[in-house]
Design a binder for this molecule. Structure first.
Ligand code: GLC
Ligand code: CA
Length: 581
């Protein structure tokens, strides 16, 4: 913790930058660091505290860069290490921290260790860094056990040995191009500790740990049992041994210092249904925070949301870990589409069905605005997935032949996969590539952009209301201090500015207030605030009911996600009120 007392990541607004789709600097249709660097002023104006980069390492891109061939370099498509250094330095100069993705569960078939393992042959030390095993059945023709890949099909692939014969099988919980490391092997542990030091010493402020609960496997590799709960008895999900790894990482994170002081953060990507198991990852000697997937998956329903919010806040309790709030990311359907469907939950297992439901984009957008204000009013840190601030929707009609996600291909198209939330951002202009690539680009964007996004470009949304300058809101209609019908971008900019400046949005807990059915109302107070000064208290009211409700007594409307007609809060609208004088 810094000497000033409060760690930056406790209440940071963190922008998830999916580099392939953010901004293309050299015109090859793929986002890169030069493009991203040129847009740093945009992120500073948006008002984010940190950027989380999805993997930027050399990769054959079988899984969007989550198949890493070299953990200490940058993919040439994205740039060079010097570009990364320059980005980090420029971001820091703007007061923006940098978080990178580290993928410890698996590497890539293009990683030199995997080449060495293939060449080394059965029983070699090189193979012991992965999970190579003989097959079962006559001739070893069957995989070593029944584990299934998260992307569909068996989690084992058979190799051809150097002499041309069919040989051992190797484990991959994801695509076959992503061989799992064996974390019982000391060389694997030492390697990742060194990778962490490498990036921390380059000035990185945090690490997002991919698939963090999957690293340790039962060495006996028993068959998986259908429906088995994650935990110590599960052969690979959330085994107790995994915690020792993160304790050693915490020591490293705490021991390095850099541009912004020694206040590094470890953030776990952990999908676990049981909060009591999840809580074990956040402790004073392990990770600082974990992603909040129950919130991201929760339907647009007041009671369900309240339950998830309470459970989330209780989760951090013992270790004092702050909550994290996430509406979407590069693995799930975009929030506008999710909230525009009859079923507003998200579930990885059911994604294949969601895409068959009609989407009411207008309703989804109204709700996404309300969800954004609800989310940004909650205590803790908040993640914004690039494009969420523009109100982009899930692109569900990408032609099959252009789809890239292994999830689509390995399920034979049954699961549409994640390309629809990864379409390159629209920046300006009236037709694709909408300023994503420079005017003299040689290639089209790597996924096609809908022509309707001409209304959702950064330029269009900045012009159509709600750009913030000098602390006031310009454009859109402004009444009683609230922005009523500005763009999504205007709403995000204003909300982030208020979230940063209002004392009440600090560290202190929320207190629920009585509210009609279907309405969530809570107060935030400045931790040491003098409540006789109204500025110390903010009330957030989100109306998820089908009827308009009256506003509670308040001094000022700070911000509303939609028009407040006749002093009422309409359905699917959230308002921030200053309570008191
Ligand atoms: C995580 C990533 C996802 C990736 C998977 C395998 O879930 O968020 O994009 O496919 O890990 O690395
Ligand atoms: Ca490029």
């Amino acid at each position: 913790m810094p000497e000033s007392g409060r760690s930056w990541w406790r209440d940071a607004a963190i922008y998830q930058l999916y580099v392939r789709s953010f901004a293309d600097g050299n015109g090859d249709g793929i986002g890169d660091l030069t493009g991203a660097r040129a847009r740093l002023p945009y992120l500073a104006e948006l008002g984010v505290d940190a950027i989380w980069f999805n993997p930027w390492y050399p990769s054959p891109m079988y899984d969007g860069g989550y198949d890493i061939a070299d953990y200490r370099a940058i993919d040439p498509v994205f740039g060079t290490l010097a570009d990364a250094d320059a980005f980090i330095a420029e971001a820091h100069a703007l007061g923006i921290r940098i978080i990178i993705d580290v993928v410890p569960n698996h590497g890539s078939i293009a990683h030199p260790w995997f080449h060495a393992a293939l060449a080394g042959g059965p029983g070699s030390a090189e193979r012991s860094r992965f999970w190579f095993r003989p097959g079962r059945g006559p001739g070893g023709d069957l995989p070593p056990n029944n584990w299934q890949s998260m992307f569909g099909g068996p989690a084992w692939t058979r190799v051809t040995e150097a002499d041309g014969t069919l040989g051992e099988w190797y484990l991959h919980l994801f695509a076959p191009e992503q061989p799992d490391f064996d974390w019982d092997c000391p060389a694997v542990r030492a390697e990742f500790e060194d990778v962490l030091r490498f990036w921390f010493s380059r000035g990185i402020d945090g690490i997002r740990i991919d698939s963090a609960a999957l690293l340790c496997k039962d060495p006996a590799l028993p068959d998986a049992v259908a429906g088995q709960a994650p935990g110590p008895a599960h052969p690979y999900l959330d085994r107790d041994e995994v915690h020792e790894i993160y304790r050693s990482w915490r020591l490293i994170a705490d021991s390095v210092s850099g541009d912004c002081g020694a206040d590094r953060v470890l953030i776990g990507e952990i999908w676990l249904p049981d909060a009591a198991r999840l809580i074990r990852y956040v402790s004073r000697d392990e990770m600082h925070t974990v992603f909040n997937f129950p919130y991201l998956s929760c339907p647009w329903d007041a009671w369900a949301l309240r339950r998830v919010i309470d459970q989330t806040l209780a989760l951090g309790g013992p270790a004092g870990a702050p909550a994290t709030w996430v509406l979407s990311n590069h693995d799930v359907d975009r929030i506008v589409s999710r909230l525009g469907r009859a079923d507003t939950a998200f579930d990885l297992e059911r994604r294949r069905y969601f895409h068959d439901f009609p989407v009411d984009l207008e309703l989804g957008t109204v709700r996404a605005r309300a969800a954004a204000l609800l989310t940004m009013a909650l205590p803790g840190s908040v993640y914004i997935y690039q494009g969420e601030e523009l109100g982009l929707w899930e692109v569900q009609d990408i032609p099959d032949e252009l789809r890239q996600d292994p999830m689509f291909h390995r399920t034979g198209g049954a699961d549409p996969g994640r390309d629809g939330c990864r379409v390159p951002l629209p920046w300006s202009g009236t037709e694709p590539p909408f300023g994503f690539s420079p005017a003299d680009a040689t290639r089209e964007p790597w996924l096609p952009q809908p022509k309707e996004w001409r209304d959702l470009t950064v330029a269009a949304e900045s012009a159509s209301g709600g750009s913030v300058s000098g602390g006031s809101v310009s454009g859109g209609s402004v009444l009683d201090g609230s922005m009523l019908d500005g763009s999504m971008l205007g709403l995000y900019r204003t909300a982030l500015r208020i979230r940063r400046s209002e004392l009440a949005f600090g560290d202190a807990p929320l207190s629920w207030q009585p509210a009609p059915d279907g309405v969530l109302a809570f107060d935030r107070d400045a931790a040491d605030g003098d409540l006789s000064d109204g500025r110390a208290r903010v009330r957030c009211v989100a109306n998820l009911s089908p009827a308009a409700v009256g506003l509670p007594p308040h001094a000022t409307v700070l911000l509303a996600s939609g028009p407040l007609t006749g002093g009422m809060l309409p359905p699917d609208t959230t308002v921030w009120l200053r309570i008191g004088s």
